[in-house]
Design a protein around this ligand. Structure first.
Ligand code: IPE
Ligand code: IPE
Ligand code: MG
Length: 252
């Protein structure tokens, strides 16, 4: 067995011995740089990035992660050159057809968050169909953040609070969470950002409050099972204190 494969198996065995995060979010970044390094058009980086989505989803499902949220297209990404946006929408459509069997056969529920009405019909239709068809699947919930922004999600939540005519004393964390696009998902416990960037870029702003953050230098098209395992291993080494002291945690 090649060394890297043996290391991967050993790491997987270790990671599986400890508790896994209930919900992992990934800011999938670096597709453009991956392409530029090879003298290729940016879209080729996105194409290779779509293969990473498939690989990481499969690995997450096999490990038994209950929820995986992938930041695929931000509200701000609409401002990119029109041909790049079009290319990304084509890849998204292709992904939805290509991954259908994998999602259904592996009992994965597909979910999406963001301003989905902005997506072109050629994406929204297969997306809605797969969300509908996979709604009863139970093993893992795979959420695609599409046309997604954390600030936009908070604005939408505040609008719902106003529509529901809540009195000030009725507004608490539960009232907020029930009105976010992520309502019903497990709490976000780990966020990974690839490609060495160190910022949040409008991802899950409310939900990030106590998530652990893992920064990976790997560009998203090169990201695979091994990188996911390294992120999980990093998470498992953290002491999550939620504002308390280490001594208090040891006592409880
Ligand atoms: C992430 O890769 C994919 C999207 C944001 C859609 P980028 O396209 O941002 O790649 P870089 O950051 O330019 O390398
Ligand atoms: C964040 O990446 C959005 C997604 C991964 C979909 P960007 O590449 O758009 O973020 P910035 O521009 O570097 O902050
Ligand atoms: Mg980027």
């Amino acid at each position: 067995m090649p060394r890297i494969a043996r290391d991967l198996q050993a790491l997987k065995a270790e990671v599986l011995q400890r508790p896994l995060p209930r919900h992992v979010g990934i800011i999938m970044d670096g597709n453009g740089r991956w392409a530029a390094q090879r003298g290729l058009p940016r879209i080729e980086g996105h194409r290779k990035g779509s293969d990473s989505v498939s690989e990481v989803t499969r690995a997450a499902r096999r490990l038994g992660l209950p929820a995986l949220t992938l930041y695929a297209f931000s509200a701000q990404n609409w401002e990119r050159p029109p041909d790049e946006v079009e290319g990304l929408m084509d890849l998204l459509r292709e992904y939805l057809f290509k991954e259908r069997a994998e999602i259904m056969d592996n009992d994965i529920r597909l979910h999406a968050i963001g301003d989905l009405d902005r997506l072109p019909a050629r994406v929204r239709e297969p997306l809605d169909e797969l969300r509908r068809d996979s709604a009863g699947n139970l093993k893992m919930i795979l959420t695609l953040a599409l046309s997604y922004g954390g600030r936009e999600e908070i604005i939408a939540m505040v609008r719902k609070v106003a529509e529901d005519k809540l009195r000030p004393e009725q507004i608490d964390a539960k009232a907020v969470e029930d009105r976010l696009w992520t309502a019903g998902l497990p709490p976000l416990e780990l966020v990974v950002r690839t490609s060495g960037e160190v910022r949040v870029s409008n991802f899950l702003l409310w939900q990030l409050a106590y998530a652990e953050i893992h920064l990976s230098e790997t560009l998203w098209p090169d990201f695979g099972e091994l990188d996911l395992l390294l992120a999980l291993e990093d998470f498992q080494r953290r002491e999550r204190r939620f504002g308390k002291t280490s001594a208090q945690l040891r006592r409880s």
